[in-house]
Design a protein around this ligand. Structure first.
Ligand code: G3P
Ligand code: MG
Length: 247
């Protein structure tokens, strides 16, 4: 594929400069001129898609237990910024709807990682894909979001719910049967932990017509090497070191 998306993608929104997966993080990416962000989405107990990485409370929001056991009305009360810095204490866990609204208004492209609470893979893929497709049908601007996931059932559900939205398979290392896996999902790209990439694998994937995104690359020299190999996009925490025009 000819990669139609930004080449530098802000990991979890604001990378190291703001609390992950918050509107403040997206604002930070926007302020620095970044044109693409990656963020994670899962469902609350009552099925609201929210921007969250861990499926458990405790690290980025106070409390204990599973996000999948908490209704959104309770989750929205929790401080999602103080863990990072006291000045972000007003941040809350955003909904997918809030993220779409803000990022489209800012002209920022999205890689939406479907990150289901364990056991809720298909429901999460279905809900996220429908929400994005519905929003995009009336309010979308620019290239539509790319949905990605480590969860094959989540991607299958997204494919059924919104076949027109592009999908990418997330992996740690490149599996031997990558072609069959990508073909089965009709996925446009493979998103790979950069340590497991090689010039040879990048060349093979791209020769087969697939995009390649490398995560999470925080060293500019490594980013340069990956891009020289033909990697299409770099997902990074270091928005301060990898400027939008780095690639
Ligand atoms: O989508 C790339 C990257 O975000 C995957 O890892 O754990 O940061 O969601 P993680
Ligand atoms: Mg992610």
């Amino acid at each position: 594929m000819a990669w139609p998306y930004p080449r530098i993608i802000a990991h979890r929104g604001g990378g190291v400069l703001a609390p992950e997966n918050t509107l403040a993080g997206f604002a930070t990416a926007s302020r620095l001129g970044h044109g693409g962000v990656e963020f994670d989405v899962m469902l609350t107990q009552d099925g609201v898609p929210v921007i969250m990485h861990d499926d458990r409370l405790g690290r980025t929001v106070p409390g204990r237990g599973s996000i999948g056991a908490m209704p959104y009305a309770r989750l929205r009360e929790l401080d999602a910024g103080s863990w990072f810095d006291a000045r972000f204490a007003a941040e809350r866990v955003p909904t997918l709807a809030q993220a779409l609204e803000m990022l489209v208004a800012a002209g920022i492209w999205m890689n939406i990682e479907i990150k289901p609470v364990p056991g809720h893979d298909a429901a999460t893929g279905d809900t996220v894909a429908r929400a994005v497709a519905d929003f995009w049908a009336t309010r979308g601007a620019g290239p539509a979001p790319l949905l990605s996931s480590f969860s094959v059932p989540a991607l299958q559900a997204a494919q059924r719910a919104a076949p027109g939205l592009a999908r990418a398979l997330l992996v740690e290392s490149v599996p031997a049967d990558w072609r069959a896996r990508l073909d089965a999902l009709q996925a446009v790209a493979l998103h790979v932990q950069h340590r497991y990439l090689s010039a040879y694998l990048v060349e093979r994937l791209r020769a087969d017509g697939h995009g390649v995104m490398a995560y999470t690359v925080n060293d500019p020299d490594r980013a340069r090497q990956l891009l020289a190999w033909g990697v299409d996009a770099i997902c990074t925490d270091r928005l301060d070191l990898l400027a939008p025009d780095f690639a």
